[in-house]
Design a binder for this molecule. Structure first.
Ligand SMILES: C[S@@+](CC[C@H](N)C(=O)[O-])C[C@H]1O[C@@H](n2cnc3c(N)ncnc32)[C@H](O)[C@@H]1O
Length: 322
């Protein structure tokens, strides 16, 4: 999955692993199905997997003659996960045909939503829970409930996860913090996931501005803020960095947007950050990181961390007095 509203960029991926008929003819089909379910359970543990589904002749939706496993993931992870499925299959006595596809249409996202699951960030600090999944007793106390609607920001993508880990890391003092943040700018807010996570993590944050060029994202962010009882701490607007009233700058700025926005808008984005405060950039492939860093690094903007997940990385800057 890449991460923009440009249709060429918005994509999800699926792996389809179909039982080779010769493998289950002559044996108890129920047993082959059980093992396929077992494989599904193992694959579902991988954090890059958004959900798994097994289909067979009795499945209510998408019944199919020959049992198969569908894995929902991102284009970045699809090759690696396909290999894993192929490797695991023989260890469970399964012979599978494994294929994969990337889907660019929005309707796919709505279907995929059915298979979404809760995730935990910051070593057990924060639960990210889809609105249609119940809490369990062992879940972290702090939680954000998300209904991504049609805006980006389910928390599955590496670029979002990197930001969530950095936010939890700031709370857990993995970064040198002078004072808890009072205000936040979430540039390219999508579903509002990062604004809401920050609001949950930092009680001090009562002035959160969530901005997205896509008006639908601003609407989804408002709905998610209400869903979480955080509506009074957040303002979601449709626009870009140039539409903002900066005042003294924000004490936390997060921008999960691709370099084609981050690089040309670098000066404007840096101007949103108050002195001594953090700027978190994400949506960057690791091989794009140095070009983005170059556009931001100055004596005033120190790169303090560049965490990576898969092919993606985030750049964490701190603005220090010049
Ligand atoms: C990768 S998504 C991030 C969503 C969410 N913040 C997250 O981390 O999951 C990037 C978002 O940036 C928005 N966007 C793209 N260009 C923008 C721009 N120039 N100004 C503001 N938002 C922009 C897109 O509409 C999209 O919702």
């Amino acid at each position: 999955m890449s991460i923009h509203t440009d249709s060429e960029d918005v994509a999800w991926a699926t792996i389809r692993a179909t039982l080779v008929p010769a493998c289950f003819s002559g044996e108890d089909p129920a047993s082959a199905l059980d093992r396929l379910e077992g494989l599904a359970a193992v694959v579902a543990e991988d954090p890059r997997v958004g959900g798994v589904e097994t289909r067979d002749p009795t499945t209510l939706e998408f019944a199919c003659e020959i049992p198969e496993l569908i894995v929902y993931t991102t284009p970045a992870a699809v090759a690696d996960l396909s290999n894993r499925v192929s490797e695991l299959a023989p260890t469970l006595g399964l012979q599978l045909e494994v294929g994969s596809s990337v889907h660019n249409d929005d309707s796919w996202r709505d279907h995929w939503k059915t298979f979404y699951r809760s995730q935990v960030f910051g070593d057990g600090t924060l639960l990210l829970r889809p609105s249609w999944i119940e809490r369990t007793p062992s879940d972290p106390k702090l939680e954000v409930v998300i209904d991504p609607g049609r805006a980006f920001g389910t928390g599955l993508h590496e670029s979002t996860r990197l930001c969530l880990e950095v936010l939890a890391g700031i709370l857990n003092r993995h970064y040198q913090v002078d004072a808890p943040p009072l205000s936040m700018l979430d540039l390219g807010c999508g579903s509002g996931i990062l604004s809401l996570a920050a609001a949950r993590l930092f009680d001090t944050l009562d002035n959160i501005i969530a901005v997205d060029i896509d008006p639908e994202a601003a609407t989804t962010t408002r709905e998610n803020a209400e869903l979480n009882g955080l509506g009074d701490r957040l303002k979601a607007i449709a626009g870009t960095v140039s539409d903002l009233d900066l005042g003294e700058g924000f004490s936390l700025v997060v921008a999960n947007i691709r370099p084609k926005v981050l690089i040309p808008d670098a000066a404007a984005i840096k101007a949103t950050v108050a002195p001594h405060c953090f700027l978190v950039l994400s949506g960057i492939l690791t091989d794009e990181a140095s070009e983005v860093a170059q556009a931001y690094k100055t004596p005033e903007f120190k790169l303090v961390a560049s965490p990576e997940q898969g092919d993606w990385c985030a750049l964490v800057f701190r603005r220090v007095p010049a």
